[in-house]
Write a protein that binds this ligand. Structure first.
Ligand SMILES: O=P(O)(O)O[C@H]1O[C@H](CO)[C@@H](O)[C@H]1O
Ligand SMILES: Nc1nc2[nH]cnc2c(=O)[nH]1
Length: 267
């Protein structure tokens, strides 16, 4: 049973670091999910390409609830993910790794929770308001930071991610506003993915890879081609970062993630 999962974002479509990979088709109340499970360093790791292997699913159409529920069903407790981002912070340059510690949600049409009361398509029909003060697991963040430092990569130990609905990129004015609000990087997939993991008491962290300067800061037209090309250039480093981070993930969980529902339901 895999205790750890990797969710690959744009440019991260296959579990290059896993061996003896098998496919699991997991049924969830939100639909079926295809998860790859393999071995690394003597333990089972699950892998899920959030946009599908051929990048066929756009960010606003990803079935985030099915994905996170499926990993929980497999017994996953810890999720590491990658996210390709635009940078609003001149210190965070294309090719840099940012270990996210905060996020802001500007998405509009997504399904944000598992806890829809009586409408919930499962037996968790209670109301739940989880704490999300710190949206990322401190233990997973520490593992990513330690690994990035050891590997000598150009990284930033904190960063605030603004999640936009997409699939278009931002206007100059939107980036100006996001900068005033304190965002360092901008993407389209951290919400609701991070919150859904917290709702199922799973640890979640994301390493953002800066692929471009954001609209109005970049002097060039923004393209998905540029994103995928930069991610391809960084694929080896991303693999090494994930491999090394996994070794630093403590077996026992002493973070608050595992008790996220305590007090959230009013009981
Ligand atoms: O966040 P990931 O999945 O890396 O994808 C990023 O890349 C795409 C834009 O090129 C958007 O989907 C954005 O969210
Ligand atoms: N929203 C958004 N996502 C990205 N992913 C990679 N670059 C960008 C960007 O500039 N904006």
């Amino acid at each position: 049973m895999p205790r750890i999962a990797i969710i690959g974002g744009s440019g991260v479509y296959d579990p290059k670091l896993l061996e003896n990979v098998r496919e699991e088709f997991v049924s969830t109340p939100y639909g079926k999910v295809r998860v790859k499970v393999g071995e690394y360093d003597g333990e089972e790791i699950a892998f899920l390409a959030r946009h599908g292997e051929g990048h066929s699913v756009p960010p606003h159409k990803i079935n985030y609830r099915a994905n996170i529920w499926a990993l929980h069903e497999l017994g996953v407790e810890r999720i590491l993910s990658t996210s390709a981002v635009g940078s609003l912070n001149e210190a965070m340059k294309p090719g840099d790794f940012v270990i996210l510690d905060q996020l802001m949600d500007f998405t509009k049409t997504r399904h944000y929770t598992f806890y829809d009361g009586d409408e919930s398509p499962h037996d968790r029909k209670f109301v739940a308001h989880v704490d999300f003060t710190d949206p990322y697991c401190p233990e997973l963040r520490k593992a990513l930071i330690t690994a990035a430092k050891e590997l000598g990569f150009s990284y930033h130990p904190t960063g605030t991610y603004a999640c936009m609905e997409g699939p278009r990129f931002e206007t100059r004015a939107e980036i100006r506003a996001l900068k005033i609000l304190g965002a360092d990087v901008v993407g389209m997939t951290q919400c609701p993915e991070a919150a859904l993991a917290r709702e199922l008491e799973m640890c979640y962290a994301s390493v953002a890879i800066v692929t471009n300067f954001a609209a109005g800061i970049s002097t060039q037209k923004l393209t998905h081609t540029e994103v995928v090309e930069l991610m391809a250039q960084k694929s080896e480093e991303i693999k090494y970062l994930l491999m090394k981070s996994i070794k630093y993930i403590p077996r026992e969980r002493h973070c608050g993630c595992k008790d996220a529902l305590k007090g959230a339901t009013g009981e």
